[in-house]
Design a protein around this ligand. Structure first.
Ligand SMILES: [Cu+2]
Length: 342
């Protein structure tokens, strides 16, 4: 079977002008299903983890002039870091990350031989059962490894590392910067997590108080409130600002700053955020065309349009247009999620 990116390249070259040809909604008759991590078999989990490791070991293809970009994963992470202000707390947050997660899935399939689909992580399950610190997602064999631990190594960037699971011993050169976490730094650090409960540090140990890892911020109740907004602007704003942001924040380490794609759970997290949007859209024509907000987050003066192009730097040859990423079952996309009810 031809990969999606190859198919797109072929159809794009056959088309006149510089327009990505839109498929009819009717051409996506059997969408692929993205499953929740727990729904995957052990073999499927292993395949995904292997591919996620693989993309971290391949050499970069972009950003030849940027020394800090070393690997294929860095191509993705650097783009996210550098575009930070243009893709967060602006209207395109949801379609941009929808495009980005799909691009990563295509990389796993085309460049790392992965044959499965992008899984998602429904963290409301952990919230509702107050089990975040003991979630199977942290499993060393069938998950992503657990919290970072103190290593005793005094070298900057190596004092706290994730020491178990498939990403133990991973090092990154990109971010987080110090003191500005959004700076591009070119300095090795180990893959890190530092879970926190939003309660500060235990004065006795100096370690973060983990508690319930702020479970109330990403519960089913919160997701229902978001689902009940009747316009895109409000829905997107709360989805990004509350559960999305808090899940980044409770894991912290590499998941915290704008280099958060360093954290392999980033893609599963964002697939779940994407699922919340797709669920809100339903198959409703009005919702599938509902896009509003602003393209600048300081003055709120540049109104967003569904025909806006989204920024990609060197990551893609063509800038995706928001309109093409509104529907997961039309245009360049053809997928759905295993569970679409709340
Ligand atoms: Cu992001």
């Amino acid at each position: 079977m031809l990969s999606r990116s190859l198919l797109l390249a072929l159809t794009a070259s056959a088309a006149t002008a510089n327009v990505i040809p839109r498929q009819d909604a009717t051409t996506c008759t059997s969408p692929v299903v993205r499953k929740e991590w727990r729904e995957l078999s052990t073999a499927e989990k292993t395949d995904y983890l292997k591919a996620a490791v693989c993309v971290r070991n391949l050499p970069k293809q972009k950003y030849a002039e940027v020394d800090a970009v070393k690997t294929r994963m860095d191509d993705l992470t650097y783009t996210h870091l550098t575009l930070n202000q243009q893709i967060h707390f602006v209207a395109n947050f949801l379609p941009w990350h929808r495009w980005y997660v799909q691009l990563h899935e295509d990389m796993l399939r085309d460049e790392c031989g992965y044959t499965g689909r992008q899984p998602y992580w429904d963290w409301s399950i952990e919230s509702d059962t107050n089990t975040m610190p003991v979630s199977p997602i942290w499993d060393a064999e069938t998950g992503f490894g657990g919290n970072g631990v103190l290593t005793g190594n005094q070298t900057r960037g190596f004092s706290r590392c994730v020491m178990d699971g498939p990403f133990a011993n991973t090092t990154y050169t990109l971010g987080p910067g110090w003191p500005n976490i959004n700076d591009v730094v070119n300095e090795e650090h180990c893959f890190a997590r530092e879970w926190n409960g939003g309660l500060g540090r235990d004065p006795a140990t100096g370690e973060q108080i983990i508690d319930d890892m702020q479970a109330a911020a990403y519960s089913t109740t919160v997701m229902r409130t978001i689902h009940n907004f009747n316009n895109y602007y409000r829905m997107s704003e709360m989805l990004e600002g509350l559960p999305h942001a808090q899940v980044h924040s409770i894991i912290h380490g590499d998941m915290g700053p704008a280099t958060s794609p360093n954290e392999p759970l980033f893609m599963l997290h964002h697939a779940n955020v994407d699922r919340a949007w797709a669920r809100w859209q339903g198959r409703n024509e009005t919702r599938l065309a509902d896009y509003s907000g602003f393209n600048d987050r300081v003055t709120l003066s540049i109104r967003a349009s569904i025909d806006d192009e989204m920024p990609v730097l060197e990551l893609a040859d063509t800038k995706p247009v928001v309109r093409d990423y509104m529907d997961t079952m039309a245009g360049p996309l053809c997928y759905t999620y295993s569970k679409m009810t709340l």
